[in-house]
Design a protein around this ligand. Sequence first.
Ligand code: ADP
Length: 239
Amino acid sequence: MNENEKLKKMIELKSDLISISAHQLRTSLSAMKWTFKMLIDKDVGDINPEQEGMLKKSLESSERMVKLVNEMISINHAEDISFKYNFDDIQIRALIEDVLLDFSEESYKKGVKLVFEKPKTKLSLVHIDDEKIRVVIQNLIENSIKYSEKGDKVFISNNQKDNFIEISVKDTGIGIPQNDQEKIFGKFFRASNAKKKEQVGSGLGLYTIKGIVEKHGGKIWFKSNNKGTTFYFTVPLSK
Ligand code: ADP
């Protein structure tokens, strides 16, 4: 085995370890969540209001932890297979609709409306690894919900331009402060207004998805002010 192969093997082992631990954590956390839920629903006997309040807080924090672990799993997955890309020719609209469906409950609970502005005509196929681009779309939609308020709307669109398709996710949320804008794709970076609003976050999402988009030969960028943020990215059309 040469040095390069050894390094590759080590990275693979490390990411397997992360994956196994994260899945075990998720299983234990889910069990905890169900216990809190059963207690709150009084399935195993009466509780007083003070106990109910405490249990609800515990349920909320276990839900936050599950989300964080899920993020860890998806980022690990994206980094892990960064040297194993499987490109295919697909219709991106179907992928977007699928991701939107995954977020329907979360957005409904938060009171944020997701609006897919479908193009009038059928677009050409794109040449992508759909599992990786799914992570990109998921991340942008998740952020747009996370950094919005109840009653806000998020608009998702996809348009064909020259030899690529541009996807955008537009929100009317807290925006990215001017001073932080150039650091936003950096590893672990979180803007101060985001940290204040949402304590849970890794600052790894945008860093990871930038790598994925660039591996496809695409670009990712954003426009933001205090009225909201729009993220854009491009993917190439099939030849
Ligand atoms: P996380 O959301 O876990 O903090 P990300 O890497 O996904 O990490 O995002 C990095 C930072 O970019 C966030 O902490 C936040 O400051 C900013 N950000 C990303 N998306 C949005 C958005 N839609 N609106 C406002 N800020 C955003």
